[in-house]
Design a protein around this ligand. Sequence first.
Ligand code: N01
Length: 531
Amino acid sequence: MTSQVDVVVVGAGFAGIYALWQARQRGLSVRGFERGSDVGGTWYWNAYPGARCDVESYNYAYFFDNDIVRQWNWSDACAGQAEIQRYLRFVAERCEVVKDITFNTRVQAASFDEAKGMWVVETSNGETVSCRYLVLAIGALSDPKTPDIEGVADFAGEAYFTSSWPRDRKVGLRGKRVGVIGTGSSGVQVIPEVAKVASEVHVFQRTANYVTPTRGGPMDPRLVAGLREDPQAVRQAFRESYGGHVPLGMGTERYTELDEAGRQRVLQEAWEGNYIALAFRDAYLPEANAAISEFIRQRMREQVNDPWTADHLVPWDHPYGGKRPCQSDVYLQTFNQPHVRLIALPETPIERVTPEGIKTSAAMIPLDVIIYATGFDAISGPVFAIDIKGIKGRSMRETWADGPLNYLGTMVHGFPNLFLPSSAMSPSVLSNMATLAEQQVDFIFDTIEWLDEHGRPQLHPRADAQVFWREETLRYAQRRPGALTTKSWYSGANIPGKPRMFMVYCGGFKRYNETCYRELAEGFPGYELMG
Ligand code: N01
């Protein structure tokens, strides 16, 4: 079956839902494809026990529609996975975009037909759709990493991935011996929930992470009233901020202007106020970051009874923020329970998974269940999962063989009218993804409208603009403590053989937004206009 529309949107998470709505608003015909059976994206797949967002719900939401802001009530200041997925369903239904989405369908390939100036999209249900504009709203963390551990397929017990938890949640862990591999944000959230029911929990940790308290709890009614009064002013404030949101707390004093007693006072206030990452106005300085890192390490140690376990749960190899920090009020205390045990892999590495359990260099650990919280092939992984071919049939894999290259984090030279929200070199995972989804989709559809108004069917970025943007991304990364020195998925270090490149723009949301809209105002000098 072959059909034709103006726009194809792949993915039905935050960006995809809003892109479908924007297309309709602008009078464009649109089709959406989603590999899951419902909307939600990240919040559909990561349905593991304990999954919740650590960006506050009042920030992590849409603001394009005043009624949505006024009608939706968050039950918690940091909502859980099921509630966020319900919210996305509510928005998709309100915006009447569910009818446009074909669920349970993967987009497998997309190639650019130069003669027609159209993208040809092939799906797993055998359908082919042609479109003028292709929006891959496929997320940055949607391609789970295959665990690089010998024997994974040999295990005779049950195995689960946090990144694709069974939708029916019928995972019985009660009384079972459970091994959890991975202690990133997902591991830190799932481990305390597993410990509530399992008879034994063995946590296989390769790298310790910073863990600070969450900002959950009931929503402050005054905050909610303020948001509802003028949602568009809030939306604007987010776009003018550094991280795409307005934090609840922030230090007002500078590390460099305080003596040691003053620094400790400020750190303590920030810890109690739950804004330790922003304790100082100059928290981005390496010396301020070092003080913040050390303060968190001390608070972490205090929560763990056993000295060996405390020593090993505290991160020493990277500064705070070098890897994505975790939040939990219960994770560290979980290790005070007698049935929960930490296995420090740098000292006793996993040799292999066997049919009975996991064999480390020190012992054979018999298990009934293994949970892999082992992360994702971030940012470029989801793009490579689709066979994308641009001008002259050149593939995205070839084009990005040495790492992602694009302009303004949304478009790639040689791939006209292909838009990649939340991709490499956008503020993506270091900003509020909900704000970013709205901003990028607005920019994409403002670009499309401009093309239509100016009789220009296609555009793609100039090669030199991409080089400039990669240098800009690197320039700002150099200012971020630990960004270029820490082994993290931000730079592809979690995937063997993946080119190392810091993939997140950290020049701030305001500067990013202004740079995008300057292009539009000046007639796209960083792009080649075609047709
Ligand atoms: O994945 P991760 P995640 N042997 O890559 C370990 C967002 N998120 O799913 O650090 C042993 O962070 C790996 O070890 P190491 C958030 O942006 C947000 O937890 O590579 N261990 C690491 O400990 C987050 O950053 C929220 O040495 C292995 C872990 O597995 C992103 O998603 C909640 C291994 C993977 O950690 C990804 O988080 C959840 C191996 N072979 C997720 N391979 C919230 O908003 C990997 N590991 C709260």
